[in-house]
Design a binder for this molecule. Structure first.
Ligand code: PMM
Length: 285
């Protein structure tokens, strides 16, 4: 089983792409429940596409810290019909899953990209699905499932440690037969990372880009932005109030060469990307 040909070439694309989030979950931290029904999820995906999303990232399991795992059959029931329908509209789709079977069925249903937040660590069969299908594979930095991830935030040097652990995933992918051009890397902001860990990872975006793989940045509406924007001694601002800050990260990520940003509010990030690209292309040196 091979994915449908990818309408976007990873290697020739010369602008940062937008991956719009379609969470078919009742409990994601940022938009949980909003698009849980099949129709709502499809409509939301189509709207994001109109607003400028190049890729729609369809997920059926919340990765919010502390979230319980979803049964595999339930995950399939959530995502496969949505992928089938969005694919019938010609959308480029990534499936946000850590399960090999879900990835395999998603590709059969028309998905092009496997977005595995565990980088292949959660399910031993995942790397083989990536190798056999030839799908683009997003390997995110990850240390454990949602229920334990906050206890695994221990780093000597977060930038060095994340880089080393990502490169060890790459080695593992190569050993399974995944080709270099299939691989996208992602530092995994917020996954076993405190706010203090996320900022150096973002600040070192150029070094992650220099690893030579397309880089995906997923900062959208995350906790560390809620804390950044809060008044002193006040709780974090709610997820929907984090979209301007997310768009600022989009612009900076694009400026520093990220391949794509994964965002909930596509129109704001689309504007931010226009600014970053105009700025960058006006440079003469
Ligand atoms: N973050 C979330 C889910 N999936 N995938 C990638 N590749 N990178 C991320 O940073 C990422 C992800 C969590 O956000 P959500 O619950 O709002 O979807």
């Amino acid at each position: 089983m091979h994915p449908a040909p990818l309408p976007l070439s990873l290697t020739t694309i010369d602008r940062t792409l937008i991956m719009g989030v379609v969470n078919v979950t009742p409990d994601s931290f940022s938009d949980g429940g909003n698009w849980f029904s099949h129709e709502a999820a499809v409509q939301h995906g189509l709207l994001l596409r109109e607003q400028g999303a190049d890729i729609l990232d369809v997920g059926g399991e919340s990765t919010r810290p502390g979230a319980p795992r979803v049964d595999e059959d339930e995950e399939l029931r959530r995502v496969i019909p949505v992928i089938t329908e969005l694919a019938s509209h010609g959308a480029v789709i990534s499936v946000d899953t850590t399960r090999a079977r879900v990835a395999q069925e998603a590709i059969a249903a028309g998905a092009h990209i496997i977005n595995d937040v565990s980088g292949g660590l959660a399910d031993d069969d995942m790397v083989h699905v990536a190798a056999q299908t030839g799908a683009v594979f997003v390997a995110m930095h990850w240390r454990g499932h949602a229920q334990v991830m906050d206890s695994l935030e221990v780093y000597d040097d977060v930038v060095d440690d994340v880089r080393r652990e990502l490169l060890s995933r790459v080695e593992h992918l190569y050993e399974a037969g995944v080709r270099r051009e299939q691989i996208v890397l992602d530092p995994g902001l917020g996954f076993s990372k405190s706010g203090a860990n996320n900022w150096p990872l973002l600040a070192h975006t150029p070094e992650f880009v220099e690893l030579g793989f397309p880089l995906l940045i997923g900062a959208s509406r995350k906790r560390f932005l809620g804390h950044l924007l809060a008044q002193p001694d006040m709780p974090p601002v709610p997820p929907e109030a984090r979209d301007h800050a997310t768009a600022a990260i989009t612009a900076l990520s694009a400026f520093h060469g990220a391949w794509a940003v994964r965002v909930h509010n596509v129109s704001e990030s689309a504007d931010a990307l226009k600014v970053a690209h105009a700025w960058k292309s006006a440079r003469t040196l």
